[in-house]
Every structure is written in structure tokens, then in C-alpha cells.
Design a protein. Structure first.
Length: 459
């Protein structure tokens, strides 16, 4: 037998028999620790305590149920802390490390005062897994988890997604985590999703960010939540139907991508200021070459993220810093990229003469340093777009055709960058009233987009 409040020898042996403790998943911890402990509480008749006339709820499904029944006893105290979105089959030791790293190391909070809500622990697993409760009782709890979860998430001030790896986070492949993020997108108040990484994973992320920021940007862009999976096909069907009948997966992907961009930008700015407390106003000349290179990558990343989010002033500031830093470290690739981005910003702000000078500079640099390179295709296509805006249509056509030649040769016939060039030159031909040519290139762009995005994509 076991002493009051402890687990039996047999229960402990069952925990250790199938794998080492450091390999346990969150699901294992729920099954072998949380649920046995809860059964002990239930056997003592203490699943729900009372304080005066108010119930102290043991599971957030009970709090949701109370809200649905009138909610007169619901208060902010019922939802203190942060809601955590996580894939329950990830290692629990990594989860704990990530929570400690995120809340204690990065945010400086007292771990004794930081509360987190994890669905697998705070929903009523006792009823869901019980052989004694009726199907109706289980269905009732499942309904609360499905339809009441979004209401519950909105009560929190923080939502954090535990990412087992920054390159391909498991939660984005789990349909129930996608359902949670969908709930965040529906919230009436402005909830921001933050990523929590283990200390080891964060070190790898920052190392990559400061040495190859484009790899980070490419990684977070490859999101397709429609491919997320579920153990129960009926759950997946319910989630698919609800999302497709509202925003649709393509829009949801864009919403999640914007959240990830926001998190990445905050992280990048924080790292930039850690290296140079004065930020972009600091002096870079006194730094060694390695520090300058790291700052160059960060400035380029921050500039690009701000540009994508339509924050042109910040995008301009950091892109200028990236140009200066890339010159200091003699990195021609990032000099060309940052110059092109700065030119794009000026063009979109209507500063066409300044944009012209930078496009011309970037085009000459890419021709001299790289020759036939994807960057040359980017420079040609962007410069052509500026010339079109300036009414120099014949010069614009020439550069578009050069961009098409480079991109088709280097990137292949199914590249979305090639589709961009096809679409751009089609618009030019339409303006020139060369409608047959316009139709041909529009069709070629559509064929590529349908292959890469699918015929139902809104674009």
C-alpha cells in the first residue's frame, strides 16, 4: 500500500519501467504523476473544496462551466498566470527548461509567483479517462474543452507557445495547438503569442540569427497549419470545419506568421541592444569584426521584419544601419540585400529619386560581385518596377525580361519569384495595351501559383 498522499511502489515502478525520466513527455507526466495524484484527492472527496459559498475549482473546465451557468463567481483570480500552448508529446524536461528560461531568465520573474496553465494538466482528465463516468459526462467535458477553450484563453493576459525547436515547432503541427492559436486570433483584446525556448535551443537560435538571419526568416515563413494532425480524426474534422467556415487556413497562417514576426523582431531588437545598449544610435567603429558581423545580421533582420509589417521609419533606420555595418565587415551579400531593401522602402514612400540611386548602386554591385545570382534577379526586378512607376516603360520592360531570364535559369520554372516577374511584366504590357502579351504572362504566373499554393488559395 502507500502512505497518505504518496504514490505506491507499484505506481512508481510503472513510471520508471518504460523509459528514463529525462525522456518523459508531458503526456507521460500527466498519466503517471498528475492523474494518480488527482485520483488520491478524489478518493478523499477533496476534488472541490469550498470557501464560504465559493467553490475552489480544480480544473479550468469547471471554471468555464461556471461562466456558462451565469459566472457570478468568476473573477480575474481564476485566470492568473499564462496560458501555455504546447504539444504534449514533447519532452517534459525541455518544457520545464523552456518555462524557466522564458519567465525567470528572460523576464526576471520569481518562479514561486509565476503560474502557468497547461491544458493536459488543468482540464479534467479524471472524467475524460474514467471507465465509470457516462458517455454524456465525457461529452460534456469535451464540449467545454472545444467550445469554452477560446473563452478561457481570452481571460489570460499572456499566451506562450512552447517551441521544442525554433526551426519547426511541434505545436504548429498539432491541430489542437492550432485551435488554441485560432482562439487567440479571435480574442477581442490584443493578445500576443510569445515563443518559449529552452536555454539550449535559444542559444542555437541566437547563434543562427546573428550569423545567418535569412535562414531564420525563411524558417518561420514555412507555415502550413492545415497540415497539422490530430489523434482523433473527428477532432481534426471539427477544427478544419470551424476554421474553414470562418477565416480559412490561409488567413490563419498569415495571422500566426505575423505573430512570429513580431516575436522575432522583439527578440532581435533585444539582442541588438544587449550587444550595443545605445541601439542603432551607438558607435560601431569600436567593436571587433565578429561583433560588427552579428549586428549586421540583426540590423538586416530587424529592417526586413519592420518593412514586412509596414513600419517604414523603423525599417529605414535599421536598413541604414545594416548598410553601414555590412560595409564595415566587407560583406557584399548583405550590403546588396540591405541596399535593395532601403531602395524598396524609399520607393514605397514615394522617394523615387533616392530609390533610383540605391537600385542603380545595388544592381552594379550584384553584377560586379555575384554575376548570375538570385540577388541579380531581385535587383533587376525591383529596379524595373521603379522605372515603370517613373513612366520609363521601355527601360522597365528590358530589366523585367532580364530578371525573368535570370530567375528562370537559377530558380526553375516553378519559382514564386519567377511568377512575381511574370505578373509584373504582364501589368506593364497591360499598361502598354499589349494585351496578348499581358494575357500570356498573367497565365504563366497563375500556373506557377496554382502549383505552389493550390487553386483555392486567395492569392
Amino acid at each position: 500500500g502507500s502512505a497518505k498522499g504518496s504514490l505506491s511502489v507499484n505506481e512508481i515502478q510503472n513510471m520508471l519501467r518504460f523509459k528514463e525520466r529525462n525522456e518523459w513527455t508531458t503526456e507521460d507526466v500527466c498519466e503517471y504523476i498528475v492523474m494518480p495524484e488527482c485520483r488520491i484527492i478524489i478518493r478523499r472527496g477533496k476534488a472541490v473544496l469550498t470557501e464560504g459559498h465559493r467553490n475552489l475549482k480544480g480544473f479550468y473546465t469547471e471554471v468555464i462551466e461556471a461562466e456558462k451557468g451565469g459566472g457570478k463567481h468568476i473573477s480575474k483570480k481564476d485566470f492568473q498566470g499564462a496560458f501555455i500552448s504546447q504539444a504534449r508529446r514533447c519532452r517534459f524536461s525541455q518544457f520545464v527548461d523552456a518555462m524557466t528560461n522564458h519567465f525567470v531568465n528572460r523576464k526576471g520573474r520569481n518562479p514561486a509567483e509565476q503560474f502557468i496553465w497547461v491544458d493536459v494538466f488543468t482540464c479534467n482528465q479524471m472524467i475524460l479517462t474514467s471507465s465509470h463516468h457516462s458517455p454524456e459526462s465525457k461529452a460534456h467535458i469535451e464540449s467545454l474543452l472545444t467550445h469554452g477553450l477560446h473563452w478561457a484563453i481570452e481571460q489570460f493576459d499572456e499566451v506562450v507557445m512552447f517551441a521544442d525547436t525554433w526551426k519547426d515547432p511541434a505545436p504548429l503541427k498539432r491541430a489542437w495547438c492550432v485551435w488554441e492559436l485560432y482562439g487567440v486570433s479571435k480574442a477581442k483584446k490584443n493578445l500576443v503569442v510569445e515563443l518559449a525556448l529552452s536555454a539550449e535551443e535559444q542559444d542555437d537560435f541566437l547563434q543562427t540569427l546573428t550569423h545567418d538571419s535569412d535562414a531564420v526568416l525563411d524558417s518561420i515563413s514555412n507555415i502550413d497549419t492545415e497540415k497539422s494532425g490530430c489523434f482523433n480524426p473527428l477532432d481534426k474534422e471539427m477544427i478544419d470545419t470551424a476554421i474553414n467556415e470562418s477565416v480559412g487556413y490561409h488567413t490563419l497562417n498569415d495571422i500566426i506568421l505575423e505573430e512570429l514576426r513580431e516575436w522575432l523582431m522583439v527578440t532581435s531588437v533585444s539582442e541588438f541592444q544587449r550587444l550595443v545598449p545605445e541601439g542603432v544610435d551607438g558607435k560601431f567603429d569600436d567593436l571587433d569584426n565578429e561583433q560588427q558581423l552579428r549586428l549586421c545580421m540583426l540590423a538586416s533582420c530587424i529592417g526586413k521584419l519592420n518593412h514586412e509589417l509596414g513600419r517604414y521609419e523603423e525599417a529605414e533606420i535599421y536598413s541604414k544601419a545594416a548598410v553601414s555595418l555590412s560595409e564595415m565587415v566587407n560583406n557584399d551579400e548583405y550590403l546588396a540585400k540591405s541596399t535593395l531593401r532601403l531602395a524598396d522602402i524609399y520607393r514605397e514612400k514615394g522617394m523615387l529619386e533616392q530609390a533610383y540611386q540605391l537600385y542603380d548602386s545595388a544592381l552594379n554591385l550584384t553584377k560586379e560581385k555575384f554575376g548570375n545570382h538570385p540577388l541579380l534577379g531581385d535587383a533587376l526586378n525591383s529596379f524595373a518596377s521603379l522605372l515603370k512607376e517613373q513612366g520609363k516603360l521601355q527601360e522597365s520592360e528590358k530589366l523585367y525580361l532580364e530578371a525573368i531570364t535570370i530567375r528562370s535559369k537559377l530558380l526553375g520554372q516553378e519559382s514564386r519569384f519567377l511568377a512575381e516577374s511574370y505578373n509584373d511584366i504582364a501589368l506593364l504590357y497591360a499598361e502598354l495595351k499589349r494585351f496578348d502579351d499581358a494575357e500570356k504572362y498573367f497565365q504563366m504566373a497563375i500556373e506557377i501559383d496554382e502549383k505552389s499554393l493550390g487553386s483555392n488559395h486567395p492569392e
